[in-house]
Design a protein around this ligand. Structure first.
Ligand code: UDP
Length: 477
């Protein structure tokens, strides 16, 4: 296989469409931002380079960035690099180490550097043939990091955007950073989601913090009325509902009908729409602690006590051979669930959502988050936690661990409840109980949560920060 860069086609989204979702004073600021962007970037292309076009938070974020940048009238492109399986095994190792975990036990030495350089050299040619010195390139995550010095040598402003990080350092993080540093050092600036994630060797002047944001017009977050929510969840086989109107707007803003069936492990048939739901949507990743949510819920007998039902929802992992951990974690949850006494088992369901059609998947997640009474994110560690912003935007109060970006989003007692020790099952259950049994408080916090996201975690905020950063780097100035 000859590696090469591939274009990802993203339809522009008129920036005016975002205005109604913003705080009124921000709508005007956003118009001015679009105007300044058009002027500043006229005749230039803003490139994004990543290693995947679909699935995962980075792809979602890039889609949003590109659709609004284009919608503002700025030429923007997104390309994806190609690589060998050996290259991606190394990048996965780096990813794990940046999270403080060993991952596989392989080395990050000169041989791995050579593999990196070869892949980058193959991808660089088709990219450098197209990028002009006046363009800007945003390089996302470690995979394409090797492009940075090549772009700099061409006189192109190239910024590195790192989407991963942990608050604490250890040998693993040191190992990964030592590997990446020679390339990162050549970036015009390095952007992180939280200040705690910036390695100490990056000078303050070259580091920027831009928290992630969500797109209120994506299939994941676009408005759905109550009928559509019930119809989509009925169609998915999650709720007992057979109404029509299971329609949603996909990522290209086309109207589609939801037709995806979820795989649900439960006792009995679909859930009645009247049962209050405690929801956690996550990948089946140990650090999301789906098993801990189930344990806490059943040990505290929250189902019997509050009448609520727990839905643990994640991607379908059956047959996915490149994510052995996902399957393992799901299997462990299933085993724990199967061992419960049948009455308790009936208060919780495990749901797997097919990933073949990401828009269909997103529509179900959207409907689930809107239907939930309370949303949980009991992560043991978390980079940012887009699921939290997604739920808050939909006016749901969140019970979350006070880790990573969750604590930047949820104000304890205002938008939801934070658990200081993510391993404390009792504290988690008690917070969930509080919100499930006090609907007025849950509603109040949900309303605050929506405003919190509107003011801090929508696309206008991060686009403005990107604009400021590029202006500071002298682009178009
Ligand atoms: N997600 C999804 N379907 C699933 C599970 C997760 O679409 O079955 C989405 C979720 O809505 C969110 C993203 O995957 O947009 C996960 O991002 P987050 O930052 O919460 O965690 P990460 O998976 O990046 O660690």
């Amino acid at each position: 296989m000859m590696p090469a860069v591939h274009d990802v086609d993203v339809a522009p989204m008129d920036t005016e469409r975002l205005a109604p979702f913003l705080r009124p004073d921000r709508a005007e600021e956003f118009r001015m931002l679009a105007e300044t962007g058009r002027r500043r970037f006229g005749g230039r292309t803003v490139w994004n380079v990543s290693s995947t076009a679909a699935g995962g938070g980075v792809a979602e974020m890039l889609h949003r960035l590109v659709r609004y940048t284009k919608g503002a009238g700025v030429d923007s492109r997104w390309v994806v690099i190609d690589g060998s399986p050996e290259f991606f095994a190394i990048t996965k190792r780096i990813h794990n180490r940046l999270h403080g975990e060993t991952g596989d036990d392989g080395p990050l030495g000169e041989d791995e550097r050579r593999v990196f350089q070869e892949v980058i050299a193959d991808n660089a040619k088709p990219l450098l043939d197209q990028v002009r010195p006046e363009d800007v390139v945003l390089v996302h995550d470690p995979q394409p990091v090797g492009l940075l010095p090549l772009l700099r040598d061409r006189g192109v402003v190239a910024v590195w955007r790192c989407h991963v990080g942990t608050e604490t350092t250890n040998e693993c993080t040191d190992d990964a950073w030592a590997f990446l540093r020679p390339w990162v050092d050549t970036a015009a600036a390095a952007v992180f989601s939280r200040a705690e994630y910036v390695p100490d060797w990056i000078p303050e002047t070259r580091a920027r913090i831009i928290a992630p944001a969500i797109d209120p017009l994506s299939a994941k977050n676009a408005p759905l009325d109550d009928d559509a929510v019930l119809a989509i969840l009925g169609r998915a086989g999650i709720l007992d509902h057979s109404g029509d109107g299971a329609v949603f707007a996909d990522s290209d803003d086309r109207e589609r009908t939801a037709d995806l069936e979820a795989q649900v492990r439960r006792v009995g048939g679909p859930l009645s729409p009247d049962v209050p739901v405690l929801l956690q949507v996550s990948r089946w990743d140990r650090l999301k602690d789906m098993a801990g949510v189930l344990r806490a819920f059943v040990d505290a007998a929250l189902g019997a006590e509050t009448g609520a039902h727990l839905l643990l929802v994640g991607p379908d992992v059956s047959g996915v051979t490149d994510d052995p951990e996902g399957k393992q974690v799901l299997d462990e949850c299933v085993a724990m669930w199967e061992q419960l006494p049948s009455e308790t088992r009936a208060t919780a369901s495990l749901v797997s959502l097919p990933m073949d059609d990401l828009d269909q998947n997103a529509a179900i997640v959207n409907a689930l988050q809107r239907h939930a009474a309370v949303v949980a994110q009991k992560s043991l560690r978390e980079g940012f936690g887009l699921t939290v912003a997604e739920a808050m935007w939909k006016g749901r109060p969140v019970v979350g661990s006070a880790v990573g970006g969750i604590q930047d989003q949820v104000r304890d007692g205002v938008d939801g409840l934070l658990i200081a020790d993510p391993h404390d099952l009792g504290a988690f259950a008690s917070a969930a109980r509080t919100l499930l049994t006090d609907p007025p408080a849950a509603q109040r916090m949900g309303a605050a949560a929506h405003e919190r996201v509107r003011d801090n975690f929508l696309a206008d905020r991060d686009l403005a920060q990107w604009g400021t950063l590029l202006a500071d780097l002298g682009v178009g100035g």
